[in-house]
Design a protein around this ligand. Structure first.
Ligand SMILES: [Zn+2]
Length: 187
């Protein structure tokens, strides 16, 4: 799977994941205020007049100078429709029976059912195996079974851990620095 580069604003807040090629553009335009990480990536650039190919080094975490990232940082971070982040937050554990399942056997359960106006948010959604989700239907939690864990809204750093694929050690170290006590992603 392709490596992703973690982009921060100049204050160090995670802004987005991008491809190494897109990161190279920031370097080329001298927009990288600072970068960090030991796992560098070397990209091949164009050929110069003498036929020499330029090489560009991209680090796994880059902070972009100026105001460019402010818009991304101000954005709310929604749960979205992909279950990947939800399952990862809940460590693939069904909130009703406690079983740990493969993604294909899991589903998104709205604690307060959508049919009753329950929102599609981190705070109202848990991971449930398909069997439990089917049995629960649109019952209220109190008419079904107590939740084995409480759903919560990830902080910004945690959200980026949940969203990222194939996260490099340097990126994980950076994002893990400021995780709250309650985070289930703390190891
Ligand atoms: Zn279950």
């Amino acid at each position: 799977m392709m490596t992703q580069i973690l982009v921060l604003d100049v204050a160090g807040r995670p802004a987005k994941w991008i491809s190494p090629n897109d990161a190279a553009i920031y370097y080329a335009n001298r927009k990288v205020a600072w970068d960090l990480g030991d796992e560098t990536l070397t990209l091949r650039g164009g050929h110069d007049r003498n036929g020499e190919q330029s090489l560009l080094t991209v680090k796994p975490v880059i902070a972009i100078a100026g105001r460019a990232m402010l818009g991304s940082v101000r954005q709310e971070l929604p749960l979205g429709d992909q279950n990947h982040m939800l399952f990862k937050r809940d460590r693939h554990m069904c909130a009703y029976c406690g079983g740990v399942f493969a993604p294909k056997d899991l589903s998104r359960d709205h604690v307060l059912a959508s049919s009753r106006g329950g929102p599609n948010t981190f705070a109202n959604c848990v991971t449930a195996c398909k069997k439990c989700n089917g049995e629960k239907g649109d019952k209220l939690v109190e008419q079904f079974r107590p939740l084995l864990y409480v759903p919560y809204t990830p902080c910004r750093n945690e959200h980026f851990i949940l969203q990222g694929r194939n996260i490099l050690a340097d990126q994980m170290a950076y994002l893990s620095l400021k995780l709250p006590q309650h985070s289930r992603l703390r190891s």
